[in-house]
Ligand binder design. Sequence first.
Ligand code: GCU
Length: 511
Amino acid sequence: MTNIKYSSVPLFLLVAICAISSSFAIAQSQAPQPGPYTSEQDQQNMMGQLGIKALRPGPSGDEKAPNHANYDESKANPYPNLPDPLTMNDGQKVTTSAMWWDKRRPEIVEMFSKYVYGRVPSNVPKVKWTVNTVDHEMLGFTPVIAKDIEGVVDNSSYPTIDVHIHMMLVLPARAKGPAPVLMMFGRAAFPNPNEPSAGDLDKVNKAWQSLLIQQDPSLKQVFEQHPAWQLVKATPFQFPQLNEDGGLPNTWQLVAAGWGFVLFDPASVQADDGGGLTRGIIGLVNKGQPRKPEDWGALRAWAWGAGRGLDYLGIDPAVDAKHVGIEGVSRYGKAALVTMAFDQRFAIVLVGSSGKGGATLLRRNFGEAVESLTGGEYYWMAGNFMKYGASEASFGSMTPADIPVDSNELIALCAPRLTFISYGIPAKGDANWLDHKGSFMAAVDASRVFVLLGAQGLAVEGDYHTAQMPPVNTDLLDGQLAWRQHDGGHTDAPNMKYFIEWADKFIGHTP
Ligand code: GCU
């Protein structure tokens, strides 16, 4: 602190000093303070920027709690009419595919960017990819090559923040040509690390023994008494963890069918946490400062990361980069749909149990609410999205009906590419919270865009108000837009074999 003797300073200067230091204090209090920057602080900061004083609280996910979410279908459609993907904002009808591509699609992309998921900044730094380790493994009966790959983001603009994107690419070793690849959001580890041969294990054990004897000479006698005992043993054969439907793990199914896969770690791009918004790729571009209202949220950042992963796949000759899909479940189901909607290089998506912020209609009031997405989950979205949960603000209040777009249009952005929407059943844990019906309605409406573009949507009678959701385990897999609710839980695994067959048919791939 500079030492100023106030008595010797003229009054006008004193006032000026106070004004400067108090505006400095305001700027300081908005900036992340040293020490942990919490989700609550970040949310308050954004509410301040938007002029929001209070948010409507979201419902409880506990169906027995007094403030539980609505599960009464007769109250589920308070705003029954959806924004129309095939009507321009100025009221003109979209009647040709050219009009869709040149006018309407860009209009919808702009609205989703500005109001819902946020914009990817124009100055995101470049990513440099390196293959760190290559391992030859077996997945079931399929030999594979697994590559541990790291993408280092250029942080010369703000060296305090490092972003190292991590993914694992696994390809069938005996593929006849470039393989289609399904990129899956989740932990990126070697699926089945190759072990040393028996002879090499002997060497490892001998080296261990001599090291341990150096450390404690009395161990020599112990090892002599048990000459056949091995410190490091080969892992015994392990039966695979079967899927909920008793099928083989997704990854095994994919490689057996001649597909590759990528395990893509979203957390290596952006933390799943509001306090993390001043770090990760979002924090790097913002130089450690909080977001502005139109900046990207975590979903768009994860999607951006997947797109950079696809850049790498594009230069790997073993990958059929024209047929790369993106997959995720739950919040990563949302991320998968967002990835597909914005990045048209992805050819295929498997959207698992994505709920609100994913395939389900934002306007529906069933299970998870817009107020959940503007509450604790606000950081998945653009800051601007919080306005739709505001009960008291400089602009008054807003409701889900004020959102200029809805998920029927998000699905429509994927058209005419291969889009599979997957759910399980509440009885097995794919909770009502997810609003399966709202996703079905959105897909029914998005079908019109698939048809306009010469593809096929869901083959159902009626429009989104009237179409009947098919019974569980009933395939609606004839079109490029597909729907299947399996009879398992909060996972897309029981749908994997249907997904592979469906995708293979459209891309003309045979194992
Ligand atoms: C919560 C959240 C969902 C989310 C899910 C998950 O249920 O409300 O939006 O999809 O967690 O990702 O596990």
